[in-house]
Design a protein around this ligand. Structure first.
Ligand code: HEM
Ligand code: HEM
Length: 184
């Protein structure tokens, strides 16, 4: 169960720190960091790695029959932390240009974060144990059933967006590295 907003605060502080470094680079170079140069490129790669962790780690822990380390709630908090900080870094990587497929990849990233907040809201409506297991409660059975139905409907939207994001990101990486890095 997510009992606090701690992960949102951690993500907020990380974003403030990253913004500070970004503004320092803007001040020192008197330019928006280009996506294909050292700082902008590093933001893209690190942000993408965080998004990759977001996509895989929580699902692996949730589905693994052998993995018992760490509470599910902590994994979900980490999922949300990396799911916010990664997209923010990738946004700074874009150098505020959104042409073609790279622009579509950014749009998909924004959509999945937005959808994540909706999912987080529905998730917290379902009573759970500390380990994320749902608690059956006869008193509010109808409301619970509705929340559960909404949650599974939400999964059928959120998961394909994540997959589309990865397909687009891999094509973008291949094309950007080929045309903008290796052909230079
Ligand atoms: C989800 C992750 C990512 C998103 C949403 C994203 C998005 C973007 C956007 C919007 C641009 C600007 C395109 C334009 O000029 O209009 C860009 C440029 C670029 N990206 Fe990414 N990017 C991501 C990850 C990566 C990664 C992991 C790499 C490297 C392996 C990378 C390499 C580049 C390069 C080299 C450019 C510069 C292209 C040029 O100068 O024409 N990107 N990216
Ligand atoms: C790049 C960003 C993100 C990606 C790629 C992503 C991907 C995923 C995936 C694949 C799942 C399915 C997990 C499973 O059932 O196996 C999931 C679940 C979930 N995500 Fe995200 N997510 C992202 C960002 C976020 C954000 C920002 C939030 C909250 C603000 C969030 C909240 C949730 C919640 C509440 C669940 C449901 C957990 C459950 O039913 O067990 N996600 N996400």
């Amino acid at each position: 169960m997510l009992r606090t907003n701690r992960e949102l605060w951690f993500a907020f502080f990380a974003a403030v720190m990253i913004t500070g470094i970004y503004l320092l680079i803007v001040y020192l170079t008197r330019a928006i960091p280009p996506a294909g140069e050292l700082f902008g490129h590093s933001l893209g790669i690190l942000g993408f790695l965080l998004i990759l962790m977001t996509e895989t780690l929580y699902s692996l822990r949730k589905r693994s029959r052998v993995a018992r380390w760490g509470k599910m709630s902590a994994w979900l908090q980490f999922h949300i932390f990396t799911g916010l900080v990664g997209p923010y870094m990738v946004l700074l990587h874009t150098s505020w240009k959104f042409n073609g497929l790279a622009g579509i990849t950014t749009l998909l990233t924004v959509v999945i974060v937005f959808s994540g907040f909706i999912g987080r809201y529905i998730y917290t409506r379902i009573p759970r144990t500390m380990d994320g297991l749902e608690i059956q409660n006869a008193l509010s059975e109808e409301a619970l059933r509705q929340a559960r139905r909404l949650m599974s409907l939400w999964h059928t939207v959120h998961i394909p967006i994540g997959m589309a994001l990865f397909v687009a990101a891999f094509v973008h990486m291949g094309a950007a590295l080929y045309y903008a890095t290796f052909l230079k």
